[in-house]
Structures are given as structure tokens and as C-alpha cells.
Design a protein around this ligand. Structure first.
Ligand code: FES
Length: 109
């Protein structure tokens, strides 16, 4: 068993045109909503809604690797999900991989 077996992988389309600083909310085939962002370090994915009061984070601001919720300004490092400043909860971050010329997103089983 490999570490990759710990995840259920779904294809992630419509992300190749994202440029540094861009973010996009996507609906997966499973129905789950995720937020995909591109930073200087690459592509990152998180839950689409704020862990505080479910505000859509696609409406927030991405500055470097720091994502800011538009409602109460909680912030996270999108490379780790670690809360910054006044944020009291971490941001759920999903694994990404590129395989067969396509991006995949992994949900922990
Ligand atoms: S809803 Fe996002 S910080 Fe409050």
C-alpha cells in the first residue's frame, strides 16, 4: 500500500489556465466544492467555504500564499492550511498530483 492509496482521487479539470494569484471554485464529480489557487510555489486546493461561517473563499483575497476570507478576515497559509493572525481554525487542504497530463485532487479516505 502506498501513501497515494490513502486518498480517493478525482480528476481536476479547468485549472491549467490559472496564473499566479488566481483562484477558482470548482465542483468535483463527487459534488464537493473546492477552491483551487495558484501561487509562486504551484497549485493548491482547499475547501471552498470558510471554516468560520461558510463564506465562499473564492470571494476572498490571495496574496502570495496567504488567503484572506472576505467576511471577518481570517487568514491561512494555503500551502499548509495553517491559520494565521486571528484565525482560530485551520483550512482543509487537499492533495494534488499531476498524472497522465491531468491534475487530480485527493480526498483522504
Ligand atoms: S466567515 Fe470567514 S472569517 Fe468569518
Amino acid at each position: 500500500m502506498t501513501a497515494s492509496d490513502d486518498f480517493a482521487w478525482e480528476p481536476l479539470d479547468d485549472v491549467d489556465d490559472l496564473e499566479v494569484g488566481d483562484r477558482r471554485e470548482l465542483s468535483l464529480a463527487s459534488g464537493k466544492l473546492v477552491l483551487v489557487m495558484r501561487t509562486e510555489t504551484g497549485l493548491h486546493a482547499s475547501c471552498a467555504d470558510c471554516p468560520h461561517q461558510d463564506t465562499p473563499l473564492a470571494e476572498g483575497m490571495l496574496d502570495g500564499s496567504v488567503l484572506t476570507c472576505p467576511l471577518h478576515f481570517w487568514q491561512w497559509d494555503v500551502t499548509t492550511g495553517e491559520p494565521l493572525g486571528v484565525a482560530e481554525l485551520p483550512l482543509e487542504i487537499f492533495e494534488l498530483k499531476q498524472e497522465d497530463g491531468r491534475w487530480w485532487i485527493g480526498m483522504r479516505r
